[in-house]
Design a binder for this molecule. Structure first.
Ligand code: ADP
Ligand code: MG
Length: 472
């Protein structure tokens, strides 16, 4: 009954305001009950309640009165603490539009008089918005040489947001190295310590989309105000703002305002600030005001520790030799490592067998190897281009840049050694080159192996990487 009523109200409200505002402010509302001509709706926070009262009270009133008549009333139930497994949510009930509040009511039954909406106890401002994933915490973020600075700076910021000189805190590093986990851990830590702080995590892509929507709907003011209310702004993957002039401008504005008011800003990026092309210089220079810390690929010991932690939390045991095998084999990033673990655990439980070395090898093979069961040209190209830090497309392109030519020749060399493709076919896979180019590449590589010890070392490293796939 109250649900149908609220649905009807929503339909009306939806027609009256921009879609983004509707989504932001009305979708999270939960209708609770209809009693004595009063509809009670649950809103996620005090901040949310105040916002509704300030901006949408007339609209709400109108909607309610359309459905319930002149005497229809609205009451709010404000979630103060969303609770956890042990504690039920704590909420207070408030009447709409300054009609005076009623009771503070704990779901356990305890009641507490509250005089005005503004005399509320410290309020959790933002459950609905913080966008934090509670499983990303410091406790399960393994420390290693690869992340020591970033982690300890993050921890310091979490203890004193906005107060340390690490403002903004900029964390950068390649994919799957733990940027999102770390900044979310900072957010969660702050939330646990200081409930009254409005911590907001947002991916740059989402920020951009919200802004574009706001522009379209003519409510940039709403959008900006929302962000200006934040105490801790965590903005992930800022490289996404590349070439988005308007979004950068509004972000610049928000950034300045927050920074001047001692609010903490935390950012991540896939590269160092100086390499952030397509971002306005004034923005990049501000990114460098605080502390910039990078994340590197984890070393062997750290990988071991990460795997152990992960398995422990899943309640899975695996023998040491399997552990070592995995830590040894997957040295790219943590996300990949986790992916393999998940497959391995799934494989074991689906096939009802213990996790042993054989199963681990089998799983890994299925993940990293080409479908036809041999190392393919594509795989070689990928491995070689990663190794030389050039793009796979460059290997097939016309460019004659020295480092690309070398990478291309090395990839051809391995394609000849490790696959059954003819010279002609190999040439074909490298942007339609002819077989004599492949012969020349193989010769050049052999020459360099003989004359250049550093190069020889690179070839050995690559062999190891590729052989791992061939051998198993
Ligand atoms: P990024 O944002 O840099 O691409 P993520 O933060 O999404 O990387 O990390 C990828 C996965 O690896 C996540 O599941 C994360 O929990 C895990 N991870 C990364 N670094 C660590 C670490 N040091 N300890 C434990 N888990 C980690
Ligand atoms: Mg990320």
């Amino acid at each position: 009954m109250h649900k149908d009523l609220w649905d009807k109200c929503l339909r009306f409200i939806k027609g009256e305001i921009p879609e983004q505002s509707f989504k932001t402010w009305f979708s999270p509302i939960i209708p609770l009950k209809l009693e004595n001509g009063a509809l009670t709706i649950q809103v996620p926070s005090q901040f949310f309640y105040e916002w509704l009262e300030e901006n949408y009270v007339h609209l709400l009133k109108q909607a309610i009165q359309r459905e319930l008549g002149e005497n229809g009333r609205l009451e709010y139930s404000v979630v103060i603490d969303s609770g956890n497994r042990a504690n039920k949510p704590y909420t207070v009930n408030l009447a709409a539009n300054g009609q005076g509040s009623k009771y503070g009511q704990n779901h356990d039954g305890g009641k507490q008089e509250i005089r005005s909406p503004f005399a509320l106890p410290t309020v959790d401002l933002h459950n609905q918005f913080c966008n934090l994933n509670e499983s990303y915490v410091f406790e399960n973020y393994i420390e290693g040489d690869c992340n020591r600075l970033a982690r300890s700076a993050g921890y310091a910021v979490a203890q004193k947001p906005g107060v340390t000189s690490f403002n903004p805190l900029m964390i950068y590093g390649g994919v799957g190295l733990g940027k999102t986990h770390l900044v979310q851990a900072i957010g969660n830590e702050i939330r646990n310590k200081a409930k009254e702080k409005f911590v907001l995590y947002v991916a740059s892509e989402k920020f951009t989309n919200q802004f574009i929507e706001a522009l379209k709907n003519n409510n940039v003011q709403d959008f900006t105000n929302f962000y200006l209310n934040v105490d801790v702004l965590i903005i992930d993957d800022v490289q996404f703002l590349r070439d988005k002039e308007k979004t950068q401008e509004i972000f610049f504005h928000i950034f300045n305002h927050l920074h001047q008011n001692g609010k903490q800003i935390i950012m991540t990026s896939d590269c160092a600030p100086r390499d952030l092309r397509g971002l306005q210089e004034r923005l990049v220079s501000r990114f460098k005001w605080g502390l910039t810390a990078d994340l590197q690929s984890p070393d062997f010991e750290t990988r071991m520790a990460i795997i152990k932690k992960k398995l422990q939390s899943d309640g899975v045991n695996i023998p040491d030799d399997v552990l070592e095998y995995l830590a040894y084999s997957i040295d790219t990033n943590v996300r990949e490592l986790e992916g393999v673990l998940i497959s391995l655990i799934a494989n074991a439980s689906l096939n009802k067998r213990e996790i042993d070395l054989e199963l681990a090898k089998h799983t890994l093979r299925n993940i990293v190897r080409d479908i036809d069961g041999e190392v393919g040209i594509d795989y070689i190209q990928k491995t070689v281009s990663d190794f030389f830090k050039v793009s796979q497309d460059d290997l097939k392109a016309k460019t004659r840049k020295k480092e690309i030519v070398i990478a291309r020749q090395v990839a051809m060399f391995f394609s000849k050694d490790y696959t059954n493709h003819s010279l002609k076919s190999i040439g074909y896979h490298f942007g339609g080159r002819d077989h004599s180019t492949v012969i020349h590449a193989v010769q050049s590589v052999n020459d360099m192996i003989d004359t250049d010890s550093k190069f020889r070392y690179s070839i050995d490293e690559l062999k190891k990487k590729l052989k791992m796939r061939v051998a198993y």
